[in-house]
Design a protein around this ligand. Sequence first.
Ligand code: GLY
Ligand code: MN
Length: 463
Amino acid sequence: MFNKDVYAKRRDQLRSKIDSGIILILGNGDAPMNYPANPYQFRQDSSFLYFFGLDYQNLAGVLDVDAGKDYIFGNDVDMDDIIWMGPQDSISDRAKKVGIVNTSEFSGLAKFVNEAISKGRKVHFLPPYRAENIILLGSLLGIRNTNVKQYVSIDLIKAIVSLRSIKDKYEIAEIEKAAAIGYEMHTTAMKMTRAGIYEREIAGRMEGIALSGGGKVSFPVILSIHGETLHNHYHGNKLTEDRMLLSDAGAETEMRYCSDFTRTFPVSGKFSQKQREIYEIVLAANNAATLATKPGVKYQDVHLLAARVIASGLKDLGLMKGDVDEAVKAGAHAMFFPHGLGHMMGLDVHDMEDLGENYVGYDEHTSRIDQFGTAYLRLGKKLEPGYVITNEPGIYFIPALIDKWKNEKINEAFINFDKVNEYHDFGGIRLEDDILVTDDGCRLLGDRIPITVDEVEAIMQNR
Ligand code: GLY
Ligand code: MN
C-alpha cells in the first residue's frame, strides 16, 4: 500500500467536497463460486482501496464529515481463522497503517449508522454492485433492498469521480508497472501464436504472466480468432493460418492498478494484403487519436476523429462511399466500429464504472450521443491532465450486423455492401494503448507493444 499520508490526504480531500453527514464506503467480501469456502479470487472495492488502502475482506470505512474523524469497522480473526489462514494483523494495526485510529467490530457499524440517522444526519453511500452489500445497506439504512439504489449520494459520486479521475505520480508509477506486465503478456502471445494450437493455450499463459506479476488479469482475457465479437471470452478455437488473432488483455498490480492493451496479428506471422490494408486503417486511427489526446479536448471529438479516419480508409478500399463527414454524422462507420474509442483506467480497468458511466464520462457540457456505436462511448467529456485513458479503435466485420444493415438498407448511401461481402468472414482488428493526459498533450504508458506491421512481423519471425 501507499504511505498512510496518501490515504489521509485523500480522505481529507473527500471530506472537503461533502457538506455534512457521514460517508460510508463498504469493502467487499469473498464471493462463493460453488460453495462458501471455495470463493472467486477476492477483489476489494476500488473506492474502498482508494481511500482506505486495506485489501482485506469484510471491512467498512466511514468518514465523519462534521467531526473530521475516520473509522474502520471489521472483525479480528479468531483461533479457527488462525488455524486455516495463519496469523493475521489486528484490524486496529491494519487501520493504523492507513492513518486511522478509530476501529470497531463490524457489528458496531449498525449502531454508528443508526445513531447518525437518529440525529437526522445524512448517510452518503455509493451505488452497490454486489448483492451482499445491497442487503447490508438495506438493513443498515432500513430501506427495502430493491430501493437502495434510489438513495445513493450523487454528491459523493461526483466528489469521488473528481478525485479518482486525476492520477497522482504514485498511481501513474503503479499503472506503468501494470503496463510492463501487459507488455510481457502480449509479446508472449505474439511469440506463441501459430496454426494448430488452441486459443486457450495462449490465454492461459497470458493469465499466468499476470498472476506471476503479483496481481491477476484486470478483466477476463479476450483472445480470439473471431475478433469481430468484441468481448469474446471463449478460448476453444484452434488457430488457423488464414485468421488474425485478436488479443485484448491487461494485468493488475499488487495494488490493483490496471493495464489494458489490444493487439491483433496474423496467425501466419505475415500479414496478407487484405489483412494489412484493414490493419493500417486501424493503426492510423489509433495514432490519430493519440495525437489528438490533450487537455481541453473533448474525448467525444477524439472518438469522432477516429471514426472519420476509419470511414476514410474504408472508402479508399471501396467498402464505404460518399462524403466521409456525412457518413460519420449518419453513423455509417459504426457498422465497422460499433464501440467507443476508449475509457478511463485506474483501479478499475473501466475506471469507476460502478459509480455510473455518465458521472465518470460526461458532464453538464458534454452529453452522450445517442446514436448506435457512439452511444457506447464511455468517456466523452473534456480531457484533463492526470486522466489515464485507453485509445482502442477497431474495424470489425460482424456477419449478423452486416446482414441486418444490408437487408434493412441502413446507411446504404455510405456503404458498398457488395464489396463488404468480400470481407464477411474477415474477423476483427482492434489496437489499444494506455495513455496519460499530460499538461500539454499525452504520453503512452509503458513501452509500446509492437504495433506497426514491420514490428509485429519481426517479433513473430523469431518464434
Ligand atoms: N479492453 C476491454 C475493454 O475495454 O472493454
Ligand atoms: Mn479497453
